[in-house]
Design a protein around this ligand. Sequence first.
Ligand SMILES: CO[C@@H]1O[C@H](CNc2nc3cc4c(=O)[nH]c(N)nc4cc3[nH]2)[C@@H](O)[C@H]1O
Ligand SMILES: [Zn+2]
Length: 378
Amino acid sequence: MEECTVAIKYELIKVCKQSGARLGRVHTPHGVIDTPTFMPVGTQATVKTMSPEELKQMDAHIILSNTYHLFLRPGHEIVRQAGGLHKFMNWDRPILTDSGGFQVFSLSNMRKIKEEGVEFRSHLNGDKLFISPEKAMEIQNALGPDIMMAFDECAPYPADHKYVKQSLERTTRWAERCLKSHARPHDQALFAIVQGGMYEDLRKQSAADLTSMDFPGYAIGGLSVGEPKDLMFNMLDVTVPLLPSNKPRYLMGVGSPDALIEGSIRGVDMFDCVLPTRIARNGTTMTSSGRLVIKNAKFTEDFGPLDPECSCYTCQNYSRAYIRHLIKADETFGLRLTTYHNLHFLLQLMRDVRQAIMDDRLLDFRDAFFAKYGLFDN
Ligand SMILES: CO[C@@H]1O[C@H](CNc2nc3cc4c(=O)[nH]c(N)nc4cc3[nH]2)[C@@H](O)[C@H]1O
Ligand SMILES: [Zn+2]
């Protein structure tokens, strides 16, 4: 039978004997992604304050961008004319774009959800706009990412069972419409997004609906929306086993160290979150002994590195006192140094997680990490 060429292929390398976590690779048109992986977020076609060269220096394998934001500004046709996102932002490794579903609900006001799509006002200038599954696919087709997401509704938290059920059923119908309007399945992989809120039965229904349509990869949506972490983890316990083991599994919006480790243990392969870049911009950094807020006066005369155990550019060349001075003085270079470190910290954490899976010791790694990092990281 003719091998139908799809844009990506998941290769399972091994399963950790101690934790059940899995080591894998996602082969894409723009290169290979080692999993479990953390994806830096570049919402508006840039990972804020970082250059592509710096992202390569820290060995980011894939970055995210966003349909909603680029649709509003500069417009997807501009990006198409530039030759697509890779060319536009000078990034030749894999790119994943979120479909805009989440952003329409979290950023714009006056939105109306209809079967056809979502009517909303731009958060930039109040213009009345409309995104349908077909429109989200047209925008992502123009942006040209290696992985694109189906247009979905991320149900709010909390939400009642009836609302979540109706919402996931519409998300399933929208996923079908995305599949039908997918113009280039051979060079862009379309991932479906499992919903179902915090209800086990609805998670099972959403997973069954979507896996029956055979997508090249599956995201778990509707989480990291303010719910308690143990609720998120038990939704993962329910949902991940229902997803095909020969496809990538992507947990959307998750990026604190504890959640990355716990999610990997539960079989998640891909993660993204604005956390490391967002907190960096107010001077909060992730270090091997926990969160460090550099503006704290106690660092005024501290001439040691941000994190003595870190090998990144920031920690090799600059002191806490200097970075504190820059952040207090509102110097942009300070934001670059904290952002570089935070991204490197999470990318290094995922390298350590992958090595621990290879060595069948991910639970030991988790315990050792938390003993130093502190049990709870928000
Ligand atoms: C709690 O921190 C806030 O929340 C965001 C992270 N949490 C998150 N959950 C998500 C769910 C979905 C989804 O169901 N569908 C689609 N298409 N995209 C999604 C993107 C998501 N991001 C941060 O941006 C932060 O603002
Ligand atoms: Zn560092």
